[in-house]
Structure formats: C-alpha cells, structure tokens
Design a protein around this ligand. Sequence first.
Ligand SMILES: Nc1ncnc2c1ncn2[C@@H]1O[C@H](COP(=O)(O)OP(=O)(O)OP(=O)(O)O)[C@@H](O)[C@H]1O
Length: 758
Amino acid sequence: MAQAKRSASAGYSRSSKAKLKKRSTSTSKSRTRLAAESLKWKPVHTSSFSGVDGGGGMMMLEELEDVGIEWEEDVGGRKVARFVASETKRKGKAKAAAEGSLSGDEVIDEGEADEGEEANEGGNELPEFTGIDAQDLNDEDEESIAESLGEVEDEPDFDDALLPDWKDINLHSSLKRAFLASGFVKPTEIQMRALPAAIAGRDVVGVAETGSGKTLSYSLPILSHLLRCPKPSPSSRRPLSGLILCPTRELALQVVEHLSAVLKHALAEGQGTKPSGPPRISVGSVVGGLSAQKQKRILDRGCDVLVATPGRLWDLIKADDELAASIRGLRFLVIDEADRMIENGHFAELENIVRLTQRAGATTQGPDDDDPVFAAMSTLLTEAAAKNDMQTFVFSATLSKDLQQNLKRTGRIGGKGKGKRSSTLEDLVDKLDFRDRNPEVIDLSPEGGVVATLRESIVECVVADKDLYLYYFLLRYPGRSLVFVGSIDGIRRLIPLFTLLQLPIFPLHSQLQQKQRLKNLDRFKSSKNGILIATDVAARGLDIPQVDHVIHFNLPRTADAYIHRSGRTARAKNQGFALQLCAPEEKGMQRALMKSLGRGHELPDLSIESGFLPALRERIRVARAIEKAEHHVTKSTHDRNWLIEAAEAMDLDIDPDMLSDAEDDPDLPFHKPNRGKKANKKVAVSGLKAELRQLLSEKLMARGVSAKYPTSGSKIIVDDLLRETGHATLLGAGTKKAYDEVGAAKGKRKRAAKSRSG
Ligand SMILES: Nc1ncnc2c1ncn2[C@@H]1O[C@H](COP(=O)(O)OP(=O)(O)OP(=O)(O)O)[C@@H](O)[C@H]1O
C-alpha cells in the first residue's frame, strides 16, 4: 500500500521521511491517473496551531491511502508528481523494490515532492471542515446517512432553567448546550438585541463596542437555521447557505475558529461517541495567502458556511460558475467590519460579490462591468434568480450615525442610487440588496468610542525616546502587550532592537508570509508576557485572550482606528489598558483625535519611575550599536557576493583590486571593508554583545534602593525579597498593574480637585 502525505504548509509532506520511487513508463501507462481533487484526503491529527484547532490547523497533514505516485518530466524538464490508481495494495517500497518494480537510480526524496507541490499548491492550506472532525465517507457512513437523508432531526430537550437569560431567544437547543459548556451564561447586549430580529428573518445592521460578542450575533442565527434544516445529502454538493465576508485573513480564520468551537459543543454526542459521517454543519474558509487549490477543493465538496476575504473569493468565483451560482443562492450574507472592508483595497471585489446577491430589480452598475469575466457572468445574473429570502447582516464597532439614519429611513442609502452618496461605505450599502424594507438598526456604540473597562494614559516624549519609554513600559508592566506601529519599516527597526534586549517580541504585518503571520499570532497568544508588534492589520476584530495592554507607538490617523486598535484589550467586560506614546509633533493630531472621540479632558500621564531610565537607555544604546554594526557587515557581505555572482554570470574574471577597491570605497554599491576591517568589526560586535550581556545581567534598581544592603537605603526592599512580592525585574518598583496605577492617579487627581474647590 502506498501512502502519501501532504502538509498544509508545504504541499506534500515534508514531515514524512519515506522515499518514493518512480515506476517504469510502461507500467505507468497502464495505470489510471487521478486528479488530486478527487482523492479522499484524510486529516492526520497534529498539535493545534494558530488557534485553528485539532485536525484543521495550518500545519494540518492529510494523507492518502491506496494511491501510487509517479514522477514525470514536464516540458520544462521539471519533475511533476502524478497520482495514479494503486494496482495492488503495495506493502511498501522495500517489497516493491524486491519485486523489481522500482528502479534503484530513481529514488526521489519526498522533500523534492514538497517543493514541486508547494509550487502547485501555493503554499499553505486550511482546515476543510472545522469544529467537527472531517471524516471521509466510507460505505457504512453513506448507508447510515442515506437512512436519515431529508429528515429534520428532533431538537434535543434543553432545560431552560439552566440558562434563564437565553430562554426567550429562539435558538436551536444544541446551541444553548454549547453556551452552557462555554460558560456563556447570558447573551451580551448586542446579542440580546440582534438575535431575536435576525431569527425572525429581519436584516440587521449592528454597531456595538469592541469585544461585545458581535461574531455570535450574526453567526448564531445562521447556525440555528442550519440545525433546523434537514441533514445534508452525502451524495450531492452542499448548498452554500451563509457567506461571511471579513476584511483580514486572520479575522476570517478566527471567525471559523469561533464557529467551530460553538459547533463542537453543540454537536457533541454526549455519550462519548463520535458522530459518524460528514460533519452536520461544515464551515469552510477562503482567504488570500493560503493554498487556492485546496480552498477550491473545499468549495467543490461544498460547505454550509463560508468565511472569506473578498479578494481570494472573487478570484475563485471568476473561475467557477457553480460557485457564482451558489452565491446567488445564499440564505445569509454577512459583512463583518463593514467600514474597514471598504478601505483595504478589495472594494471592487467586495462590490462584485455583493452584486451577485442582488435580485433582478435591484441590480446596480459595478466597477468591473466591462471586464469579460463579469460580462460572462451576466448570463448567470439573468438566468439564476437571487434568493428572495436572503438575510443581510452588517456589523461593526464603528459605523457612522448618518449612515445608520439614512439606512433606517430608506431601507437603503439614497433609495437605490437616488440622491447624493458621500462615502464609499454608502456606496457599499447601496449595493446591498436588503430584502427588508426597514432593516433593524441597532446602535450600542459607547460614549467616547472605547469600552468602559478600558483605561487610557499617555507618555509625551521626543520621537527619539519612544523606544526607551516603550522598553520601560514593557519591563515595568509585564503582561501581553500589543504595540501598534505606523509602518512596516518601523516594525523592522524595532524587532531586532527588542530581540537583542531579550524580550519575546513577534512582528505582524502584511509583508510577512501568511504562514508566518499565523505562527507569530500563535506565539503571541501562548506567551504570557508576549509582545506583538503590528501594523493596523491587527487592529480589527482579533479576539486574543487576555491582551493586557495596547500601546500606540505611533498614533492612528482616525478615531475609528483608535477605537479598534484599543479594542484588542478590555474585551468581553475584562479590564484593559491603552497607552499613547506621543511626540511633540504629534500633539496636534492627538488633540484632534481625542476631540473627535468627544473627550473634553486630557489623558492622564503615565507615572514614570525615572530612576530606571539611565540603565535602560544604556542597554538600548548598546543594542542599537550591535544592530547597526551587524546590519553593516551583512550588507557588505551581500554586496561583495553580488559582485562575484554578477561577474560569474557574465563569465568575467574579477580583478582582485576591484574587490578590494570596492571594499574600501564606501560609495560603491559593493563596498566592503577589507579583511582587516571586517575582522575588526566582528571583534567590535562581539565586544558590544558581551557588553550588552553584562548590562542585561545587572539588576535594575529604583532610586534609593541598595541591592547590597536591602535593609537600608531610602527604599527598603528586604520584605519584598523575602516574600517574593516585589517587581520581578525592576527592584524597588511598584507592582501595581498599569490599569490600577492610572485608576489610582485618577482618584488622587479627583480628590485634589475637590479639596481645591472646597
Ligand atoms: N454571551 C457571551 N458570554 C460570554 N462571552 C461571550 C459571549 N458572546 C461572546 N463572548 C466572547 O466575547 C469575546 C469577544 O467576542 P467577539 O470577538 O465576537 O467581539 P466583537 O464584538 O466582534 O469585537 P470586535 O469589534 O473587536 O470585532 C469572544 O472571546 C467571545 O467568545
């Protein structure tokens, strides 16, 4: 029996060490070639990754049994793997070799297969079905499912006394069982308001603070509806019922994860038995940066709910009429983070997807109408009717009040294109063919934009000192911190610096490979004091448990961005803290930002224990010097290699003087210090590294603290040392959390103001 494995991250498995051998051409001719999409890939369970849990993670391996692999050369001479039907159940390559069916000189390491397949597959892959184990259908399963085909299952009994607050919301009882298991004892406010309307078939526009449970507000009605539908037929492609569009890949994957977690509990048998056959409800995802081929396979198999980013979904729709038709047959359309969706460069794709859901009388003009792909689709638009009972849900933490008002008044902005439209968001809403003449608009956005459990503070300093204050904050207030930086270059500068300072820091930005982005997010989630340094790609929707601090290293340009960034902490009624690092040149912008959030007062300053600053400044100075020197050596080596390679490519001999000239001339692109200089530089770098090691090993002490004589000095730390109650890294520093520190400062200021006025 031949067995092939593939990995989500690298096409066909890098992890398998088995070697595959090529069969002779004459044999291969007699074997049936199989399409990768038609094979029964089975998930191989691995550890969880990126929060996309067991059996569905990015690193998911899939395996095949009873197929052979043949290698053929394509016209370009590259080796390409082909799947062929297994003639006999081979017992492994040793036996096959003994039978003489493999030729010894054609042993191919599976590592090579990885690369070929990675090129084909585009890299990473995604869970096919999440939440529930995706199992391949076998004959037995098919029989058992066929028996129940078309049945609407009885809704299991649920004792409402267990969750009285959910009693009046008409959700499928299995979902209530899931709430019990997840500890969701009562609906959040937005859920309380949005769910009844959505379950009653209304269109809903929901605006509520960050971390308030909007994801379940729009997804529970979909899941409940599906659970009350007949079981899907195993023999035909599942009709797509729900489409959830999200602005970022991470957010889309997180929504899948969230739904899967609910479904896992909702569909648990309870008697310790695993449900057999395909999942009762399948949730698929389609996002950029991951394997399009596998995503297409998921779509071909069919899923009930699809969570997608618009760019990739539109790419797939363009090549698949059936998919386009299934978008027309949607029962639910969700636009999550609607206001962000229009900003991220995929507006045209989003608009095109939305246009597929319009009914005949509501069709609008689109940006791609002249595109032949869209023109070809126009037949579909006229032939296949969009569903009349489709429900539309639009959610965000920030949606302009004007827009909501307009929407409420007319059922759509500008009354199907009439009147003036003033923003792209209005444009989008105009394209949404709400079936409801009077969509339910629920606005629970808080006063001041941010949640009540968030405390904010500011450090005003010159730009050059931002690194120092960030370093101080991270040491002084351990915890999970998310640092927002205005540019990718800014992140690239800070990562090596803080890595040299030995902090657990991980980057997240759009120029990282998707696999790396998810890996870094996962590392951040699993590190108690982890630091994620990110652009606004992490600002929206991400629900990372227990983010203690959000630090605006550079201030965002808009109030909405500030609300969403800060909303990564203080979620689901937990406490959270946001810090602004503000340079004098940003002060005007900061004031405008606060004003547009309706703040009539200045933010409290973070109190700084300045005694620590000189030592921290010194560490930063040395770390920067190392970074600079290492960067220089790397660049010089790169330039020299470039010169050598260029000369080799042109078949030229390099004049050794040229190399040494190049090395000496700092203005030439291939300038490189001569050997002596290079050696000196290396010595200098290792000297600096030793110096930094020394600095990092020294205790950092507050003013007035003596490590040698802990019972003396103006700050006595002996009790803290004995009881281990003091600050872990800064001797003599306070141990209050940033949240409490600012709360205490606020209290003091209020009391002082009172006594002044009294
Ligand atoms: N009824 C509930 N009871 C307790 N926790 C809940 C409930 N509903 C949702 N949650 C939890 O609250 C957290 C935040 O939910 P969610 O991510 O949906 O917020 P959101 O409103 O979409 O936030 P954002 O605007 O930042 O996207 C999640 O961890 C979720 O599991």
